[in-house]
Unconditional design. Structure first.
Lengths: 118, 115
């Protein structure tokens, strides 16, 4: 089974801190994703990466950055945390579908990190 | 652009009754469709995915979904609800034409199961 591991289930930080959320997958997947989930707003894509050192903005990248130095690890960085970044953060990974014989590749999710910014 | 609409943000069913969750999509052909389930304080778990091999797709935990191209729908059903089915369910469509195969999610439907 695919395993996507997020470093923390719960995290409390203070306004202005630099916050790192880490995600590791063990299935050699090309693609990795960071989402945030808020009540009434569903899942929103922050950033994704389709290769090492490659990154693309999602729907709500403002206030965030990412790093992918190794294929299995994708980090989300809150440069200066603010209270409106209090949320549930979900990491996911998937095999690349483009050009594949199996185009319907699902994403596999971690258990999430519930982040509170005080 | 792709989009997914889930009709009903909340659904309440009695234990043992039919569960029906509606999903309509807008996508280029062929659509790559998925249903996920999220239990409280957990990530999303894949329930099932559409493959062009069959219009009726069976998933885990007794769920199945039927793909209807003419209606652009991919509704999720379970014949008999169990208390453990209380969760939030998401329909999603994949864009496999661009690198990264991003998913577009519906807004989710929260299922409450009454004893």
């Amino acid at each position: 089974d695919v395993k996507v591991t997020q470093s923390s289930r719960y995290l409390v930080k203070r306004t202005g801190e630099k916050v790192f959320l880490e995600c590791v997958q063990d299935m050699d997947h090309e693609n990795m994703f960071w989402y945030r989930q808020d009540p009434g707003l569903g899942l929103r894509l922050i950033y994704f990466s389709y290769d090492v050192k490659m990154k693309e903005k999602g729907d709500i990248p403002e206030g965030y950055s990412v790093s992918r130095e190794k294929k299995e690890r994708f980090s989300l960085i809150l440069e200066s945390a603010s209270t409106n970044q209090t949320s549930m953060y979900l990491c996911a990974s998937s095999r690349e579908a483009k050009g594949s014989m199996y185009p319907n590749q699902p994403q596999h999710f971690g258990d999430g990190t519930r982040l509170s910014i005080l | 652009a792709q989009s997914v609409t889930q009709l009903g943000s909340h659904v309440s069913v009695s234990e043992g009754a039919l569960v029906l969750l509606r999903c309509n999509y807008s996508s280029s052909v062929p659509p790559y469709l998925f249903w996920y389930v999220q239990y409280p304080n957990q990530g999303l778990q894949l329930l099932l995915k559409y493959t062009s091999a069959a219009t009726l797709v069976k998933g885990i935990n007794g769920f199945e979904a039927e793909f209807k191209k003419s209606e652009t729908s991919f509704h999720l059903t379970k014949p008999s609800a169990h208390m453990s089915d209380a969760a939030e369910y998401f329909c999603a469509v994949s864009d496999s034409k661009a690198a990264g195969n991003k998913l577009t999610f519906g807004g989710g439907t929260r299922v409450l199961v009454k004893p």
